[in-house]
Write a protein that binds this ligand. Structure first.
Ligand SMILES: Nc1ncnc2c1ncn2[C@@H]1O[C@H](COP(=O)(O)OP(=O)(O)OP(=O)(O)O)[C@@H](O)[C@H]1O
Ligand SMILES: [Mg+2]
Length: 360
């Protein structure tokens, strides 16, 4: 598993522990997490540490047109519909004794959800157009980046199916929750690139710090893209923080790329003042501290535009939800944790459509 999931931050170490634990059992796992955070990677790690003999079979429920998905999952008998010229095994059967990875399960069409539920409950399937029950030794891993609870509320996901798949939920941390992994991930990505490319870039300490300060909405996939971009624009070059901000994350090429060697000397980091040096050391010591509002000033180094209203309301939603969670749904205690009046909290919850976890 060490070779599959890279990183040694606290969050990643916890994740690896969970993967180790769950892979020894046959429980259904539900992987949740933002796009690009490593759901596929964790599914592979679970399969490979499980010692199940069969294959890991992937199905991306969002990528297969819904009219084809049923036969893709359950297979079909010869002649069961026009075009079904021969018997075909579905992905459930192919995953027998192995692991079936249902990716983007939140996109499973409603019409198939009852059939899927039945297959999970009985651990058996019927091919399309067939009557025979085929028993399977099944291990299911599901993944989604969507809010399934919301889909249940609006009627597009069955609650009973959700309870069946939500046996062992694993929340995969975002990259900004495990910034300490960035140097290891960068090394790993550069090693991969060096298999096909002789000259690779090198990130100096200031560049590594700039990578760790960015917020990575696209998570590890976005980091991978940035490093690959670096390998194209700056092979065999020492990259500094300005290059990360100006040329890699914002994607604007240096003015005169042919003179880039000269550019390094000019754009090198200015020496740190005592004060800024202290601030950085403090920041590096504890990533879990509340971000200092001044930190936001840096955001324009990385982005041209920032949706202020949306961002502020997302912060509010997340803090309120977190407060409700640690206070087991108590609005009174949550208001106290957030140092606001109970009535203010209730108003905010209404405005932001935040539901109570349970009644007080
Ligand atoms: N911990 C990790 N160690 C090494 N590589 C990783 C790690 N996490 C993610 N990656 C790499 O980042 C990229 C995105 O990961 P992955 O495809 O698993 O994300 P995902 O959560 O499935 O994304 P999506 O929601 O778009 O399906 C992949 O190239 C993967 O190899
Ligand atoms: Mg994925």
């Amino acid at each position: 598993m060490e070779e599959i999931i890279k990183g040694n931050s606290k969050a990643t170490t916890e994740l690896k522990k969970l993967v180790n634990l769950v892979s020894k059992s046959n429980s259904t796992v539900l992987l949740r997490g933002e796009t690009g955070c490593g759901k596929d990677v964790v599914a592979q790690a679970i399969h490979h540490s499980s010692e199940r003999e069969g294959d890991l079979i992937n199905v991306n429920c969002a990528a297969i047109p819904s009219e084809l998905l049923e036969s893709e999952l359950f297979g079909h008998e010869k002649g069961s519909f026009t075009g079904a010229d021969s018997l075909r095994q579905g992905r459930f059967e192919l995953s027998n004794n192995g692991t079936l990875f249902l990716d983007e399960i939140g996109d499973m069409p409603m019409s198939l959800q009852a059939k899927l539920l039945r297959a999970i409950e009985t651990k058996s399937i019927q091919r399309v157009g067939g009557k025979k029950e085929i028993k399977l030794d099944l291990r299911l891993v599901c993944a989604t980046h969507q809010n399934i609870e919301k889909k249940i509320d609006d009627g597009s996901f069955r609650a009973d199916l959700f309870f069946r798949i939500n046996v062992f939920p694993i929340e995969i941390p975002t990259l900004s929750e495990r910034k300490e992994d960035i140097p290891i991930l960068v090394d790993h990505i550069i090693n991969e690139i060096s298999l096909n490319q002789e000259l690779v870039p090198k990130f100096d300490t200031s560049a590594m710090r700039a990578l760790q300060e960015y917020i990575w909405p696209g998570n590890v996939r976005e980091l991978k893209n940035v490093i690959e971009r670096a390998a194209i624009i700056f092979p065999n070059t020492i990259i500094k923080s300005n290059n990360v901000k100006e040329n890699l994350i914002k994607i604007s090429l240096p003015d005169r790329i042919e003179e880039k060697e000269g550019l390094w000397d000019m754009t090198g980091d200015l020496p740190l003042t005592k004060e800024s040096n202290n601030n950085l050391t403090k920041q590096n010591e504890d990533f879990s501290q509340l971000p200092h509002p001044k930190h936001y000033r840096k955001w324009f180094d990385y982005m041209d535009k920032i949706d202020l209203r949306r961002h502020l309301s997302e912060i509010e939603i997340n803090l309120i939800e977190a407060a409700l969670q640690i206070n087991s749904g108590s609005v009174t205690k949550s208001a106290d944790s957030l140092k606001i009046n109970r009535t203010t909290l209730i108003e905010k919850m209404k405005k932001l459509s935040i539901r109570k976890i349970n009644d007080e």
